[in-house]
Each structure stands twice: as C-alpha cells, then as structure tokens.
Design a binder for this molecule. Sequence first.
Ligand code: NZQ
Ligand code: ZN
Length: 380
Amino acid sequence: MESFSFYNPTRVLFGKGQIGKIGKELKKADIESCLMIAGGGSIRKNGVYEQVCESLKENKIEWIESWGVQPNPTVEKVREMITLAKESSVDAILAVGGGSVIDSGKATAAGIFLNDIWNAYVDKEKIIRALPIFTILTISGTGSEMNGNSVLTLSSEKKKWSISSKLLYPKVSIIDPSIQATLSFRQTVNGAIDAISHILEYIFMNETAIVTRNIDAGLIKTIVKMTDRLQQVANDYTARANLAWSATLALNGISGVGLQGGDWACHSIEHALSAIDPKIAHGEGLGVIFPAWIEYVSEREPNRFSWWVKEVCEEDSVARALRKCRETLKRWGSATNLRELGIRESQLPEIRDLLLTYGPIGEIVRFRAEDIEALLMLAY
Ligand code: NZQ
Ligand code: ZN
C-alpha cells in the first residue's frame, strides 16, 4: 500500500430535521453574522430557506443574503459576493445549496483576503486565510460539503479550474437527505454519476490499496442501486440517504486513501465541456467522458481494468463492462455521447485547444493533443 496522509476536519450533521441546528452551530463557533449564499431559488420552494432563517433568528445570528449562483458557477459572480462580504464585515460564510453554491462560498471565504480570487485558481496567489465556512447541502454528488476543493469558471477565457486548500474545508456541513426529494431525477442522476466518477478517478491508480478499493466498489454499487430505486420512487428516503452519504464519502478523502491522488483526466476534460457550454451539467458530461476514457486507456493497459471489470461491474471483459455502464446511463436517461450533450463535431478542435491550456491532463496516460482528439472522437 502506498504511503498516504489523511485529513478531514469537517463535522457533518446528517439526517432528517438537522437543518434547524445551523443557528446553534454558528453560535457555538462564536459567529455573530454571516453571508448566506444561495442559487436560483430551489431552497425557497422546498422549505430549506425558511428553516435556515428561523434557526438563525432563534440564535440571534445576523445575516445578509446573496442569491443567483448558477450551475457551473463563475468567478465574476464570486467577485460580487466578495465585495458584499467585505462591505458588511461578516464573520462567516453560510452556503445553502449544491456544489455550485458551496464552491462559490468557499471562494468568497478565501477571496476576501486576496487581491483577486481568480489568482488562486491560476497559482498566482496562495490562499492564506479564509472565513469559516458552514454549509447546508441540497444536492448530493460533488462531495464539496466535506472537502477543501472549489471549482469556478472564468467565463471570458472559458477556463473552469479548481483550487484545493485545507482552509476551505467546511467547519460544519448539514446533510438532510429528505430535502433532496424535490430534485428532478435528472439532477439526482447527475449527482450520482459525479460521485461514481470521483471514485473512478482513484481506483485505477494501483492495486495495493485493497481496503480502499473494496470500500470504493461498495460505494459504486450502492450509488447505482440507490439511483435505480429513486428512479422508481422519488421519495424513497432510505435510497436518498444512502446515495447522499455515499456521494460524500466518494470525495472526502476516504475513497482515495493510498491511491496516489487519483488521475483526474476525465474531470479536466469534462470541465472544458462545461466551460464551453455552461448548460452541460458536470455529472452528465462525465457520463460521456469516463466510458470513452476507459475504452481508450484500456487498449494500452488492459490489465489495469481487470479488477474493476470483475469486482465492480461483475463482468468478464472491458467491452462488456462498458456496455453495462452505458446501458445504465441510458436507463437513467443520461447522455452517452457528445452529440447528446449538444456538442457539434466542428467544436472538437476548440475543446482540444482549450484543454491544452489547462495544464497536464491525466496521470495513468498523460493526454497530449492527439490523445485528446482520439478520446473526443470516441466520445462523439
Ligand atoms: O440553483 P438552485 O435553484 O438551488 O437549483 C439547483 C441547480 O439548478 C438545483 N437544486 C439543488 N438542490 C435542489 C435543487 N433543485 C431542487 N431541489 C433541491 N433540493 O440543482 C441544480 C444543480 O445544482 P449544482 O449546485 O450546480 O449541482 P452540483 O452539486 O452537482 O454542483 C456542480 C458543480 O460542482 C463542481 C462542478 O464542476 C459544478 O461546477 N464540482 C465541485 C467539486 C468539489 N467542490 O469538490 C468536485 C466536482 O468534481 C465538481 O467539479
Ligand atoms: Zn466531479
């Protein structure tokens, strides 16, 4: 087993009825005021906003609000939130939403101490401090509720890049799976594919982290089964809760212990797709890219995939395993090729050229221009 370090300081409150505890949690941390960050309004429809406001009032926490974070969030929007946070001198950030809202919250928390937050994403400034971050998660998939990552897009340059810092782990995250019953099945699936992809980024790295890979196989199988159940019954709480916790574990450090930091080529490639067209949901894009990546890399290194084929997919060849994956995606109504994502063949060179500005892509195979081209054609 490779040597590793493991770190995770986030405290999670999980289950029905936990949202009402947020005020007390802030108070316990000596927070007097916070900036509440939210998306396009789903939290008004499902009662989450009301629950949060009530709890803040009860605990005499003052707050201001910033709405309108969009899926595939932008640095331009975050800059507005940083200005607001500075003007009102809040003590903390409270992100209420999905990965997009939480990632914007993390960037705001760090950005008030920097000249410009985007500098951190392009390695021109180091994250030196951050306000404490609290989150109420409303859609499971990214794992952002329990990790130190944030992904933002600089729209003008179509760069969707990430940062990672110990200072960006939420202090407390509340995960109440019951409030995810208002998600469409499509959004549920996007989250499920994202979580599975986080595990896949790790598990092909080496064979020696046996305990991690067995945990990972269990997580992937659970995610698939729970998503199937939710396709039948959208308000199946047990399925929702197990999917939610699996997604958190898929990117909170556990799933990657001893797996050399992961490969992450598929994430880079998907981020370029969402940067070119922000209507492409991260999870759905990964559902197209990951099978194509496995198809491409397994031609060079077939043995690397044997364990996954047998233990995760319960099949006897990469081709059959991939067929099973794509059938699952189809059953869930998710895209299986770039055309279904609305990408035109004439856009492929633009995607390739954009990716070449993203820095090194992949560990198992380091993707050069011709590899990217070949992969995009397989995915097309
Ligand atoms: O904006 P609102 O109105 O809240 O609606 C959202 C949004 O339209 C809606 N939604 C969320 N909870 C809901 C709900 N609708 C009904 N009921 C609920 N309970 O869902 C839509 C998608 O939300 P979003 O936050 O964009 O989804 P997700 O959590 O999948 O986040 C995706 C973003 O996270 C990044 C992705 O690249 C993408 O930008 N990632 C972040 C990572 C991290 N920080 O570790 C890792 C990932 O690999 C990923 O890159
Ligand atoms: Zn992801």
